[in-house]
Design a protein around this ligand. Structure first.
Ligand SMILES: [Zn+2]
Length: 172
């Protein structure tokens, strides 16, 4: 998402843009389509306060069975931008309160790296196609079969209690 600072008016304005992510900047991220971005901008002379909302769908692989997983990702963050040249008569914020500097009024700022960072942070480390994905297990894997059979054979004591109740009812 790129913003032409010279076109940002004083006061409040809203800018929406679709951002394409790809190539070397993507850090291995594969997106379905583009990232929809909406920026609420509040300009006060040399400062622009931005609230950026983003929404996209990330294509991942299930960490157990490698099936494709569609992960919708959305969020928002705030950013403070300030003109670098310290013109006199303007209130300037201290540097540590500024996230991004722009060089002059005609410059363009690129918010893409910030948005990309936010998306990368919200992507799960170990995506799953479903909570109970059993993964890729070769058929007849002894470990899995034994566990399954064991569960089927054992009768839960609570069921036994229920059966006793049933018998009682029959007697009445
Ligand atoms: Zn899976």
């Amino acid at each position: 998402m790129k913003i032409k600072i010279s076109r940002v008016p004083e006061g409040h304005s809203v800018l929406s843009q679709d951002m394409t992510v790809g190539g070397g900047d993507a850090q291995g991220l594969v997106l379905e389509g583009t990232v929809s971005c909406i920026a609420d901008l509040d300009r006060l002379q040399a400062q622009v306060h931005a609230r950026v909302r983003y929404q996209c769908v990330v294509q991942l692989e299930c960490s157990r069975c490698l099936a494709p997983v569609r992960q919708p990702v959305s969020g928002e963050f705030r950013l403070v931008m300030q003109e670098r040249s310290h013109a006199s008569g303007r209130t300037m914020l201290p540097d540590d309160e500024v996230d991004l500097f722009f060089d002059d009024a005609s410059g363009e700022v690129d918010l893409s790296p910030f948005i990309l960072d936010e998306i990368l942070l919200s992507v799960p480390m170990k995506p799953l196609c479903s909570e109970d994905c059993r993964g890729v297990t070769p058929k007849g894997d002894p470990a899995v079969t034994v566990e399954y059979e064991g569960r089927q054979k054992s009768t839960d004591p609570r069921w036994k209690a229920l059966e006793k109740l049933k018998d009682k009812n029959r007697e009445i």
